[in-house]
Design a protein around this ligand. Sequence first.
Ligand code: BGC
Length: 811
Amino acid sequence: MQYGRFDDARREYVITTPRTPLPWINYLGSEEFFTILSNTAGGYSFYRDARLRRLTRYRYNNAPLDQEGFHVYIRDGETVWNPGWQPTQTELDRYECRHGLGYTLIEGGKNGVLARQELLVPQGDNCLLMRLTLRNESGAAKRLRVFPYVEFCLWDAMDDSSNFQRNFSTGEVEVVGPAIYHKTEYRERRDHYAVFWADRQPDAFDTARDAFLGVYGSPARPEAVFGGGCTGSLAHGWQPVAAQQFDLPLAPGAEETILFGLGYIENPAAEKFTAPGVVNKSRAEAMMARYADAASFDAALEALRGHWSALLGGFQVSTGEAKLDRMVNIWNQYQCMVTFNMSRSASYFESGMGRGMGFRDSCQDLLGFVHMIPERARQRILDIAATQFPDGSAYHQYQPLTKKGNLAVGSGFNDDPLWLIAGTDAYLRETGDWSILDELCDFDNDPQLAQPLLEHLRRSFRYTCTHLGPHGLPLIGRADWNDCLNLNCFSEHPGESFQITGPSEGPVAESVFIAGMFVKYGRAWAAICRHLGLDAEAAEAETAIADMEKTVLDAGWDGEWFRRAYDAFGHVIGGRECEEGQIFIEPQGMCVMAGIGKESGEAARALRSVEERLDTKYGIVLLQPAYTRYHLELGEISSYPPGYKENAGIFCHNNPWIVCAETELGHGDRAFEVYRRTCPAFIEDISEIHRTEPYVYSQMVAGRDAPSFGEGKNSWLTGTAAWTFLSVSQAILGVKPTLDGLAIDPCVPADVKGFSVVRRYRGAEYRIRVENPDGVQKGVRRMLVDGKAADGNLIPVQPAGSVVEVLVTMG
Ligand code: BGC
């Protein structure tokens, strides 16, 4: 069943009922000011850091769901309704929500009145704009009362939701004409305030929540709206809000438009006040002046559309399969931008208070983002590297506002260092900008310890070499990619964090997955060394990699698949002798991607085992059989009921590893089949089962052991975005950036006759046409670059600004 449809021409998903299985959200803003917005106008805004600079309040896990946001109430006689249905839930005569790239348009109609509520965050500015258009389509004159409403958050979202003894006394506002200034804590250390404004004078306002909703009122039934209107309340402590009232007579056929804004303003210390206690509003006034009329919204929307066209123009495919094209060309890339911006911090499943930027997460997010804005990727790499420790290990997370490593979680996740090589290698292959390796980056955020990025990569590689266990496999530390496989944790007390309980380093527990990573990204490191003329170092790395390959095929091979790990007692995890958890997906994907056992047959055997043992109709589950009880020696993975999360859920992030692995072996049919099963656009028609947004990936889909098999959770912020984009663009469609240029190496289903790709790369535009006359799955027989036969399938780097025609014949 579907709850909407794709509108590819407008690059929108059109939701046709407000009763989606879960709120379906969008992200507005891609620079510093962000708003999360649901299809019923729920959500919240923040500046840069969803925890430390939260502008509006949102109650997660509330019942009813999704009540706070950017709601507009319309009172028409005795009927009160919202264009997005929530929070009054008054039945609408018509409803449509269009989530576009960086904007959302919600249209609701009731009793002959049509309301369009359009929201976006303009490029280059720190505000949310909301344009409301009301049209009287009835034959009779209307006297409408319209109320926009937002509830301010007292900045630190964590403190805001817990420290009530203080916070009920700190709230402060100022009201000047159509602007409501939220200035809690501005009197002391804050240099920032928020402003909510309208482009015209309201008839009344409220800034105290008690006054607007009523002490026992709710967003579903605000007293001011249902009763006699706003009262001009000024918040002192308690809950500051911005509510306004507009009395609008609307003749038949008439239309009225009001433009609202919610802005974030910073003032330098010396310019905070214009009089004692009075906020300096000049920057806010300048912001309001930038959006003085409703047409400025159109200009901002146009600019946004242009911005996205340019960004997405870097990779556009035409295959004749609409679902594939819309994912590659629009939604997958869009999600890559969102994950790049948010890491795992703020979504409808991530509260914005828990995690900052993850070290491994952000490095992987780069893989799907780097082609869009390489300059931002560059800065991100340098920020991440600065949270590395001198021994090559790394803070597992850091806060985006401070860019400082997060002490509470610390380090000890032994895959982290290698992801820095992965991210940097992707950047180098995309840009050819070798100067990044010379950039000085702190270790442990300490400028005294700064070294060139190259040295950071070197220490990343060496960290694994110097942290090997009894079998010669890498020690796992607190965990590797699978944060829930906690082999040194042994937690017996509820509430202890699986990630930070126990020693960060055990001398025994080893990871086959990290071994696979070491081979794959070690090769990348060696290639970087070769490129720089560091031949001795490259050779040394290659020897270590070859040794590791042997170790994997020995201690890491179980006979029909790669083992997962060795626990703290040296027992196999992910082997046939295990009662539960006999086979895991991660090492099959990573080791085959690394090419381990490709010649000798283990790689193909491992992928067959995946197909035989882990496949389901909704994707590949993480492990089998699921753990049915808590295993002290395994940690969080066994804390989940069977079929959920890392315990045999379909963890979408590592499905594309299998896609990439299958293409390594030339299996185009199978690769595409794996891609298709988790791909949102291909499962749109089971939205009642899948439940999360059909335009983005979820982190997890419940596995076949779960009662809710097929149900998605944790949509949006997942490494799945980057990895699927990589798998489809590079492994299946085969457009691969290398250190020396673009290689074309497709691996497609045999029935694919051909396809075209436009790829921007190092400033040139490549128009690539691939033909597959013999119906093969892999192999390039011939390649013409601007009509001339090329040597092999590598296109040498072309001058920036040029347009290059490439004709590839598979066979
Ligand atoms: C985390 C990743 C981790 C994955 C698997 C995600 O929630 O953000 O860092 O690799 O789970 O455990």
